[in-house]
Write a protein that binds this ligand. Structure first.
Ligand code: SF4
Ligand code: SF4
Length: 467
């Protein structure tokens, strides 16, 4: 390669494929892929979309399967309600998730981006399919876009953008169902809009946001906005599996001439792998952050290899070491360390979920109150109790003083009746005979019982007179 060719070959590092030399948006008209990987990704995306739209309707023991109600600080996972008090489980869950993502990325590169990221699934398997269906192939789309505003252009663009808005509206509703629950969404739909102006405004904002992302911003989300995408460079190493061009086999590239002995490498420079790329890059330039691992170039190249009679896999899943040295996949020290950390975090999270209490009780002496002298040589302290019932059933609990003679007298209620999915508040007197009080501040244990079984032990202090 001459010095000039070498410089030219490296220019891909200085530019973003979605921005032209003049600084304008370079619209990417990606050709529709076809092939083994595209078929598999179709199946994955259909399952994904079914799960995404159906999940808000799935209920376990009357609770949604999954709900993130940030408005009321109520979170439901696998039908189990989590409260802000369970936040540490979420924190461990989030850390485990991040470690999982890092570990996964170190080993498998951007497999998540190409196969299961919502941005890719919705863009490639919903919005782009609508576009291909209405406006035709990538070259037809470009011709239509560059041409004058004819009736055909007006109605095609009109229908496409109307459908984009409808799908965005549906996604926004589903998104809302993940926040407030599908029952609440259907209830709101049946009520006058004037009663839900804030929610309506939120729905409009999210609909326009999704529409803007999928109709206009598109691959820029993956190449520029998404923090996960930007971090790839830190997580990849030479053993990371990624979509790679086998330059050893492909170079020096050269046009294919039938019935002539081939003196070049296997790449026939047809650029099919480039025109099919949704981020507009040339994978033959090497590993790039803009590659979302969508496999479209593998399918395109395999089809070409098939046609010219060369073996498939000129572009394939492979690590840099595999391509350069022909070494097999290695589970290196970094991968092992991440796996151990992930295992520890997942175990901790499993233990926390299994041992998580369904009733959480907090008691404290009423502020400003010391103690009261009662008839019968007794002393009482006034307490506040907050009892969180995390289940979806109402039930009563009993509070008993442990190890001491004494009584708990509820104020304004007959029993500690807990409403489902609620923080229940009570006030009660704790009475002890003076013979049980030996100090100014006395340690005391209170047991919380349900159906005769102790579910929690509380430690508190009981104030007595100066001795
Ligand atoms: S280089 Fe290949 S795998 Fe990467 S985004 Fe482009 S088409 Fe997809
Ligand atoms: S599709 Fe395959 S043969 Fe064609 S340019 Fe890309 S790498 Fe070369």
């Amino acid at each position: 390669m001459t010095e000039e060719e070498l410089l030219h070959a490296e220019t891909f590092r200085d530019r973003v494929s979605s921005v032209s030399a003049a600084g304008k948006r370079n619209w990417i008209y990606a050709f529709k892929p076809s092939g083994k990987f595209y078929r598999y990704r179709n199946i994955v995306s259909y399952i994904y979309l079914i799960v995404f739209f159906a999940m808000p309707f799935i209920r376990i023991n009357g609770n949604p399967f999954f709900l993130i109600n940030v408005i009321d600080s109520k979170f439901i996972l696998f039908g189990k309600i989590f409260w802000p008090q369970d936040f540490f489980i979420f924190a461990v869950g989030m850390i485990s998730f991040i470690v999982f993502i890092v570990l996964f990325t170190v080993i498998y590169g951007r497999l998540f981006c190409g196969w299961t990221c919502p941005q890719t699934v919705f863009l490639e398997f919903v919005f782009r399919k609508i576009e291909w269906w209405i406006e035709g192939s990538a070259s037809r789309q470009k011709t239509l876009h560059d041409g004058p505003w004819t009736m055909e252009k007006i109605w095609k663009k009109g229908i496409k953008h109307t459908l984009f808005l409808i799908v965005s509206f549906l996604i926004a509703h589903t998104f809302l169902a993940y926040i407030i629950g599908v029952h609440e969404v259907t209830k709101i739909i049946g009520e006058p809009l004037s009663q839900h102006i804030a929610l309506l405004a939120g729905l409009i904002v999210f609909t326009l946001l999704f529409y803007g992302v999928f109709a206009f911003v598109r691959e820029i989300v993956c190449t520029t906005i998404c923090p996960y995408g930007r971090l790839q460079g830190v997580m990849f190493d030479k053993d990371t599996m990624q979509i790679s061009y086998d330059y050893k086999r492909g170079e020096e590239r050269g046009k294919y001439k039938r019935n002539e002995p081939r003196t070049n490498g296997d790449c026939i420079d047809c650029k099919k792998c480039v025109v099919v790329c949704p981020t507009g890059i040339d994978i033959r330039d090497g590993v790039q952050m803009d590659c979302v691992g969508c496999t479209a170039c593998i399918d395109a190249c395999d089809e070409v290899m098939d046609k010219v009679g060369f073996p498939k896999g000129l572009i394939r899943y492979a690590s840099e070491n595999q391509i350069t040295n022909g070494t097999p996949f290695q589970f290196n020290t970094k991968m092992k360390a991440y796996t151990v950390l992930l295992f520890v975090l997942l175990s901790a999270m499993t233990v926390m979920i299994i041992t998580r209490k369904t009733v959480d009780t907090y008691i404290s002496r009423v502020s400003g109150q010391l103690f009261q002298e009662m008839e019968g040589d007794k002393i009482s302290n006034l307490f506040d109790a907050k009892i969180i019932n995390k289940t979806n059933k109402d039930f009563a609990v009993e509070l008993r003083i442990e190890d001491l003679q004494g009584e708990i007298k509820l104020v304004g209620a007959q029993e500690f009746m807990l409403k489902k999915e609620a923080i229940n508040e009570f006030t009660f007197f704790l009475e002890l005979p003076k013979t049980e009080i030996h100090n100014r501040s006395n340690k005391i244990s209170i047991g919380v019982y349900h159906d005769g079984k102790k579910i929690q032990t509380l430690k508190t202090k009981f104030l007595g007179p100066f001795m």
